[in-house]
Design a protein around this ligand. Structure first.
Ligand SMILES: [Zn+2]
Length: 105
């Protein structure tokens, strides 16, 4: 299932519920602790479906492990497991950090 959004005038709209797409920001989380308890930072707030799709697509770094050919970074992206192997542990950790910060694989 793919995330669906569209623009209406200037506003980014949710394709599931047709409400403006707003996401949980640090500022909102401070003002509304009940939202921060229920949603993760960056999650859409308009409807459960959008929040579910966002959660599924979100990339998570799973782990860095040593393999015969070097150091492997495994992560989940869009619900699929992916891996990339690096020659050194340092390079693998740098790549894992880069992914964690939202870099493109
Ligand atoms: Zn929605």
């Amino acid at each position: 299932m793919k995330d669906r959004t569209y623009y209406s005038r200037e506003n980014l709209m949710c394709g599931f519920c047709d409400l403006p797409r707003e996401v949980l920001t640090a500022e909102t989380a401070l003002d509304h602790p009940e939202m921060a308890a229920e949603y993760e930072m960056g999650s859409p707030l308009c409807c459960d479906r959008a929040a579910d799709v966002w959660r599924a697509a979100r990339r998570t770094v799973i782990r860095v492990e040593q393999v015969a050919t070097g150091w492997r970074v495994r992560w989940r992206e869009g619900g699929r497991l992916r891996a990339r192997t690096w020659g050194t542990q340092k390079a693998a950790i740098e790549f894992a950090d880069y992914l964690a910060e939202g870099g493109d694989a």
